[in-house]
Design a protein around this ligand. Structure first.
Ligand SMILES: *Cc1c(COP(=O)(O)O)cnc(C)c1O
Length: 363
């Protein structure tokens, strides 16, 4: 068996320890004679799994009691609709900051349900920075302000939350979920698909302040899109993604064992620094995000400026066991996603490979 260093943006690398644990449990979970994939979601065995998972994510993020944690299906995309359907109930108006494709998709989806104001955007420079959010045209009649906290495609991340002038903040944290401590009380809703930084695809986690869980939703909102439906049933209204919840639970334990979010944040900053430090002095590779205070610690796009050379790099790096480095088509070049489960050794190997490639290909 040989494992590659997988720099995929998502679904993405999982901790090897966790995969081994899942493997050991696969055929016979804790002596019950079946796998987690085969057991009833109404069984006490599964109930222990979901209760424990919720307890552990609450510990990791210090989630206050007045926030619900929902384990949902439909990915982050479904929350693009659920957010306006559940929250545009006072003024039918919201403000969005568009810092990339995911924020723009969420903005377009929300505009089906009410008035949506674009408060700021970084589109003018192909989303390579986070705009100044200290004094945005936010008004009291907005039901919420929306951000995408880490821009997976463009490699930018909010290191400071916008000044929302007292309006509720909603954040899509799909690609920096549990990558560092976050103060949940500063958000009305924090949600994300888990397949970037936490677990396998097919599960989204929404952390929602409980006063926002209400029957007062957009007319004819589907039962499954009302947060109240799952909140009232502790995410067991219908069959949840049992396997996904189990895997996320193992990852929560792995994080707790490794210093919690403070611990992982340090490791993530350390890995990102190794890569950015190299990129900033390289004569061949250039980081696409030059605004240092906007740089993501999770997704790092870079280019050589020569399409053929980029393609050569992607092919040769793959042959060296460095997988999925091809960049997103709208940015071009390469992108290294260095989520929680990417070991430091993977980033070091990447940088060594890049140094070597630079020596051979710099004209
Ligand atoms: C991947 C991603 C999404 C889409 O997630 P799905 O689970 O595929 O719907 C949304 N937002 C961000 C920031 C992402 O990185």
């Amino acid at each position: 068996m040989s494992r590659v260093y997988n720099f995929s943006a998502g679904p993405a690398v999982l901790p090897e320890e966790v995969l081994k644990e899942a493997q050991a449990d696969l055929l016979d979970y804790k002596g019950c004679g079946m796998s987690v994939m085969e057991m009833s979601h109404r069984s006490s065995m599964f109930n222990d799994i979901i209760v424990e998972a919720e307890k552990d994510i609450r510990t990791l993020l210090s989630i206050p009691d007045n926030y619900k944690v929902l384990f949902l299906q439909g990915g982050a995309w479904t929350q693009f609709s659920a957010v306006p359907m559940n929250m545009m109930n006072k003024h039918h108006k919201a403000g969005y900051i568009t810092t990339g494709q995911w924020a723009t998709k969420a903005y377009k989806e929300a505009s089906k349900y009410g008035e949506v104001v674009e408060l700021a955007s970084s589109k003018d420079k192909n989303y390579t920075y986070i705009p100044d959010c200290s004094d945005l045209p936010i008004t009291d009649d907005m039901d919420y302000v929306y951000i995408c906290q880490n821009n997976t495609i463009y490699g930018t991340e909010y290191w400071e939350l916008p000044n929302t002038k007292g309006v509720d903040l909603v954040a899509d944290v799909s690609s920096d979920f549990l990558s560092r401590p976050m103060d949940v009380t500063k958000y009305a809703v924090m949600y994300g698909g888990v397949q970037k930084n936490i677990g396998p695809a097919g599960l989204a986690i929404s952390i929602i302040r409980d006063d926002l869980i209400t029957d007062d939703v957009y007319p004819n909102t589907p039962t499954m899109l009302m947060w109240k439906t799952q909140a009232d049933k502790d995410s067991l209204f219908n069959t949840p993604n049992c396997w996904g919840i189990y895997m996320c639970g193992l990852v929560f334990k792995w994080l707790l064992k490794n210093g919690g979010l403070e611990g992982i944040a340090k490791k993530n900053a350390d890995k990102a620094k190794i890569l950015y430090d190299y990129l900033d002095q390289s004569k061949l590779f250039k980081p696409t995000v030059t605004d240092k205070k906007s740089r993501s610690n999770m997704n790092v796009p870079f280019v050589t400026g020569d399409k053929d050379l980029d393609a050569k790099f992607v092919a040769e790096s793959k042959a060296a066991g460095l997988e999925n480095l091809k960049g997103h088509r709208t940015v071009g070049g390469m992108r290294a996603s260095i989520y929680n489960a990417m070991p430091k050794a993977g980033v070091e190997k990447l940088v060594t490979f890049m140094e070597d490639f630079e020596k051979k290909n710099l004209k």
